[in-house]
Design a protein around this ligand. Sequence first.
Ligand code: ADP
Ligand code: ZN
Length: 518
Amino acid sequence: MNIREAREALKLYFGYERFRPMQEQIITNILNKKDVVVLMPTGGGKSICYQVPAVVMPGLCVVISPLIALMKDQVEALLTNGIQAAYINSSQSAEQQYTIENQCLNGELKLLYVSPEKLLSAGFLSFLKRINISLFAVDEAHCISAWGHDFRPEYTQLRALKQQFQTTPVVALTATADRLTQKDIQEQLWLQNPDVFVASFDRPNINLMVKPGKDRFNKITEFLERHYKQPGIIYCLSRKATESLANKLKTQGYNATYYHAGMSAQQRSKAQEAFLRDDVQVVCATVAFGMGIDKSNVRWVIHYNLPKNIEGYYQEIGRAGRDGAQSDALLFYSFADVMNMRNMLSEGDKAQTELQLVKLERMQQFAEAASCRRRILLQYFGETMDKDCGNCDICRNPPTTFDGTLIAQKALSAVARTQEKANIGLLIDVLRGSRSSQVLSAGYDKIKTYGAGRDVSTMDWNRYLHQMLNAGLLELAYDQNYALKLTDQSRQVLFEGKKVQMVKFEEAKQQEETVKPR
Ligand code: ADP
Ligand code: ZN
């Protein structure tokens, strides 16, 4: 097998003339039996990366996917293209499962989709041992990482794949993973020196905007005036909110409906189809809406509430503008929402709660940020832009900045002198010269930068540090107690005299103004 055969299969089965650039490299690796990690935004063409090898390699490709609802669609699409595929999961009768297992044993299938539960259920791996497996494809691979935003404990058992099938290549695919999650995927799956392919996550046609949450409804109707009859989605936090917002819009004459996981399957598919056919303009939905929906002309996405984390936000705005045409993403931000969300997140177990709160804080700082929003988003996924995007509210209306080099140097030097072990709270304590027991017991009151930032309030330090995170001047290690880490860029500031521009915050300014006269 070689890439030429793969190209022929692409043409024959999928009707495409050529691979997208990264697909070709990924497939070459797989054909050479190498493990691969693929990070590609939704719509980037991940499926082809394992479906084409599955067709040309002898044996069966096993695809692990947590989304049972999507398996059926995938399999149907493959069958339509003349590729023998099936799915197997616990929702099927024993007889159905038996039939499919027989097809596998008889070598009649090229692809088999399974849920992780099924894969790890008693006897299934030993059943697979009786079959010639060409490739394992782990879809939604970020679910394996406790540092990801959608951790599924059963995924961690997937290391069994490499334990039991040492020579079978594994390809891990995801559309959403921050840097630490990327690393974790490789380690957890026991991948052997995998090549990691990261496609650009930039969606330059999506205009990013954040507006204060006050008076949302009027802002939405104004927005809709400017998007006459253009289809779009409004993401709300609660099921109830989707219904009441849709009804309110309807009374104003808009063609709106709602969608959430509390509706019957029938109601949901009715809403979804109406949207796909452009029978309805606006869908007010919870985050349950959008997965697997292939509608290219969604012109806008509104977040009625702050999303839980940047991964979710990015995925949801990514439903807009798949056709490449200009689209708008509008996020409403209010501090009350943050508090609300904090309370909601604090209900889980302790370690997960802490992680979720840190991710929420990053999301909040994105909303409050005063530098190019796209830069912040891409930085989060490990991508650097060489210039600002020009297609976000900040780029269009840049705030005044000041020379923040000294502030940055103080912070970075404190990070270095605490051996990159301090988290944000502790670092601020050190900078402000706090005598907290944590500071004293670590001996941080003896380091040179102790108290060097007394003149800056705790709240402002928090914001400056997040500006630095947003700009890639610092990194947050979730796996080491959220310690702040230096980056290549921070070394340039510390040792090569690189200047840092910072933004003063509206609220901070307002407070100063109200405080001064007294
Ligand atoms: P993902 O799984 O990354 O979200 P898909 O695999 O569903 O993306 O692909 C997104 C779209 O791009 C699909 O309509 C797919 O058929 C199309 N596509 C993928 N690869 C190619 C290619 N090489 N040439 C043309 N279209 C492609
Ligand atoms: Zn920008």
